[in-house]
Ligand binder design. Structure first.
Ligand SMILES: [Zn+2]
Length: 430
């Protein structure tokens, strides 16, 4: 496929069709209510949530794609003007409501863009997604895989969300007299909250905009904006702070729970020693392990950590951990892979650990950061704040999606040429 035909989670000029994997802020940067650059393809759930995020958006630009079905797009070659047909199938990404991966198929072969995804190996929904993916491929190779490499490092090993949710429930149940604060995003972790509500038979407080989202998603009436109805409150990440929790504890006993794949710790600021002058920061993964509820966990698997007098970190993640990424790559054995998360302290070229699973001899970039240093402690700037958003903010997505931004092995190119397809070859690994 030539550049200038399709963009995924990128909203600049110059594409004929735009695709949205999901509505998290780092995937919608550049998108606004006044955006008018072409048809925007997304899942049905994302389309339902769209007006809330972009109130004056021209909804006639949205094109809903059904998950698990092929859809044909009639585009044209930017260089020759000749017609070019592209098939696309959205596949459940198991990330947050509405999140999908996109499988593209055409004369260029197969290209899979995962967006953010959680590739769990257990659970009915995960099995369905796996079957959907294999059916979409129908024995074909993935020529280019754009991969969510957020945790593409063996240091990142955490349990399934089912296990992590149970850990959260146990923390809450063991603090019957405490108020509970849980840090969440504007979208995602709904299943965790529903499970807490179900198991502990309690409503859950959310802020007003979040309640609207819950209503749009059609979740049961367990969410409320009335604090008097519950002791469990889900709050935005940005308000989940050590100093806030310390302040709340002067009024009522309160604990905070941060569900995240990132490991956290509290560090005093340099030259400061008072407890209130601490911050939460990301640290190397723990080597501790336990066996909650008889479920065996890997020796390196992260578990619950009490990172502060009032704060627990629980490895509940909507991104795949390293063993799941490996399983995914092993399943589809792509010819070429590019990580979609780049330019951050957490970036690891997926080739570094996974190239032996590819069909081609693709090698890591020479200037890749040393993955062995990725798990080291990084102090978060900002006093008293748990600023995982700083890390999210630092994550920059790969620039324009250009399917030939990844080196295609020569035999693949020759195959395309023999099919009479115009090939634009790029030697720029970005
Ligand atoms: Zn996301």
């Amino acid at each position: 496929m030539e550049g200038g035909m399709i963009s995924v989670d990128r909203w600049g000029k110059g594409s004929q069709a735009y695709f949205l994997t999901h509505l998290h802020a780092d995937h919608t940067r550049g998108l606004s209510s006044s955006w008018r650059r072409g048809p925007l393809y997304c899942s049905r759930v994302s389309a339902k949530l769209f007006p809330l995020k972009f109130p004056d958006f021209d909804l006639s630009s949205l094109r809903v794609l059904n998950i698990g079905s092929w859809h044909r797009l009639s585009l044209s070659s930017p260089s020759s003007g000749s017609p070019a047909e592209v098939d696309v199938m959205p596949i459940d990404a198991l990330h947050c409501p509405g999140a999908v991966m996109f499988m593209f198929r055409g004369d260029f072969g197969h290209v899979l863009y995962t967006g953010d995804f959680r590739w769990e190996t257990t659970g009915e929904r995960s099995q369905k997604a796996r079957t959907m993916l294999l059916d979409a491929l129908n024995g074909a190779n993935v020529d280019v895989l754009y991969l969510d490499n957020t945790y593409c490092n063996p240091a990142y090993c955490f349990p399934s969300r089912e296990v992590a949710a149970q850990q959260v429930i146990e923390i809450i149940a063991s603090h019957p007299e405490h108020d509970i604060i849980i840090g969440i995003d504007s979208l995602g972790k709904e299943d965790l909250l529903l499970r807490i509500s179900h198991c502990l038979k309690t409503k859950i407080w959310v802020w007003p905009e979040r309640l609207q989202i819950m209503h749009i998603l059609g979740y049961p009436d367990v969410f409320t904006t009335r604090t008097s109805l519950t002791r469990v409150r889900a709050v935005p990440h940005y308000s989940f702070r050590t100093d806030t929790l310390e302040g709340l504890n002067t009024l009522r006993p309160t604990i905070g729970i941060m569900p995240s794949g990132l490991p956290w710790m509290v560090k005093p600021y340099e030259g400061k020693s008072k407890a209130s002058e601490t911050c939460l920061s990301v640290t190397s993964t723990s080597r501790r392990y336990n066996v909650p509820n008889g479920i065996r966990v890997d020796r390196n698997m992260r578990t619950v950590e009490r990172v502060h007098q009032y704060i627990y970190s629980v490895p509940y993640s909507d991104h795949s951990c390293f063993p799941e990424i490996k399983d995914f790559v092993q399943l589809i054995r792509p010819s070429n892979v590019k990580g979609i998360v780049s330019m951050s302290p957490w970036y690891v070229d997926p080739l570094y650990y996974l190239s032996h699973l590819f069909r081609s001899n693709q090698r890591p970039q020479i200037n890749s950061p040393n993955p062995e240093s990725q798990g080291q402690a990084k102090r978060v700037q900002g006093q008293g704040k748990m600023k995982s958003k700083d890390f999210r903010g630092a994550r920059q997505r790969a620039a324009e999606v250009n399917f030939f931004g990844v080196r295609i092995r020569r035999v693949t190119i020759m195959r395309r040429i023999h099919r009479g397809v115009k090939i634009v070859e790029s030697h720029d690994p970005d």
